[in-house]
Design a protein around this ligand. Structure first.
Ligand SMILES: [Zn+2]
Length: 410
């Protein structure tokens, strides 16, 4: 536990904030610095084939102790969210947490309150780690990195524990949506993978949205407004009309939750001759996306019928698919994770994400990748914190999981 905490504190002190406004990969130098530190530590622990590729992605292998077992992979991302500063993170350790609101020392206006963070009531008596109020903590995802390193150290020190080859992969720029851009799943070459990037404890995120994008292009007819009568067709007005004809009480993100789908306009731009509206289409059931596209096409058709001379074009584009579609093809990925969580003394909680994860893209690329809890809370914010005991329970889950896969055949 001390080693787990030491590792975590070491990693959060490296500034690895991802940067949106750059084409560089990784987007910030700190990620390379943390990568270098991890390569050194992985070599010292005895992982094999440890290295960093030209994109900054770190990989190494815990060698097999069970020769016929399949290869699995553990992934965590080294970058932190650009939504809050990650410079000079000054972690505060609170042993035997008293169950009350936590006032952060360097900015007393920042309070992690029991009211807004109800899970705090279950964490009384535990060890919590927060930032000082001026930065985020970076438990997202350095809790994942520290958990994986600690589990790797345990397996390498206890060769009697039987497991197959385990690839340890630390990725870059997850927080700016580029986490899987440079990953080569052929190099990882695993039967399945796990991202250690989830909230709290005992969670398995095995479902994400299926997602398409759509662009509606409205073409009108422009002319000097002084001579416009009977001639002008104003694309801006038709865009307003288009939006007004979409469902507003259902199928809107501001009106839905849980497993409900939505159809969401998020950008509108243009002028009298042409206006574009950009949409995202989201549902846990990929077939619903076709119905959502049909809604857009029907509205387009009625507007064209009412305004001869106007053109309303709808183009949809596939984005990503619910990882469940792909996880179902390798049911052991989730089944063994659930068993490992039980063996570590918790009840697995299956969770659906109203969004996508690196795992949804990796799963689609052919590497089934559910996401597991690593004890982080309130991420992307100065109110972020981690619970050491929950991180420790994630280490136990990984050790059990390794051994469960160790009993499987390729
Ligand atoms: Zn994360």
């Amino acid at each position: 536990m001390d080693k787990l905490l030491d590792r975590f504190l070491r990693y959060v002190k490296v500034e690895t904030t991802a940067v949106e406004e750059t084409k560089k990969y990784p987007s910030s130098k700190g990620q390379l610095e943390l990568g270098k530190m991890l390569v050194k530590e992985m070599k010292e622990l005895g992982l094999q084939g440890v290295g960093v590729d030209k994109h900054g992605i770190v990989m190494g292998t815990i060698p097999a102790t069970a020769k016929t077992a399949p290869t699995i992979a553990w992934l965590a991302h080294m970058d932190t969210s650009p939504e809050a500063s990650g410079k000079n993170v000054n972690p505060q350790i609170m042993k035997n947490y008293n169950g009350k609101d936590i006032v952060l020392p360097k900015d007393k206006s920042r309070v992690i309150s029991v009211k807004e963070t109800p899970e705090l009531t279950e964490l009384k008596g535990k060890t919590l780690i927060t930032a000082d109020g001026t930065t985020l903590l970076g438990a997202d995802d350095k809790a994942g990195v520290a958990t994986i390193m600690t589990a790797a150290a345990h397996l390498l020190a206890n060769k009697k524990l039987k497991h197959g080859p385990i690839r340890v992969v630390f990725t870059c720029d997850e927080e700016v949506g580029r986490g899987t851009d440079k990953i080569d799943i052929k190099k990882i070459k695993a039967t399945c993978a796990y991202t250690l990037d989830g909230e709290g404890q005992g969670g398995i995120e095995n479902e994400t949205f299926s997602a398409d994008g759509a662009v509606v292009t409205i073409t009108g007819k422009n002319i000097h407004p002084g001579f416009a009568k009977g001639v002008m067709i104003n694309a801006i007005r038709l865009a307003g009309l288009f939006i007004s004809r979409l469902p507003m009480q259902i199928l809107a993100p501001e009106k839905t939750s849980g497993r409900e789908p939505f159809l969401h306009p998020y950008v509108i731009e243009g002028g009298v001759p042409e206006t574009k509206i950009r949409f995202i289409l989201r549902s846990f059931n990929a077939a619903d996306l076709k119905d959502q596209a049909k809604i857009l096409k029907n509205v387009a058709a009625t507007i064209m019928a009412e305004y001869p001379g106007a053109k309303v074009d709808v183009k949809t584009k596939k984005q990503y698919r619910n990882m469940r579609e792909y996880l179902d093809k390798e049911p052991r990925a989730v089944d063994l994770a659930a068993k490992a969580i039980r063996k570590a003394g918790m009840e697995p909680a299956f969770q659906s994400i109203r969004g996508g994860t690196d795992g949804s893209r990796l799963s689609e690329m052919g590497l089934p990748t559910p996401n597991l809890s690593v004890g982080m809370h309130n991420f992307h914010s100065p109110l972020e914190f981690a619970c050491l005991e929950q991180m420790e329970s994630a280490v136990k889950v990984l050790i059990e999981l390794a051994q469960m896969w160790g009993k499987e055949k390729k």
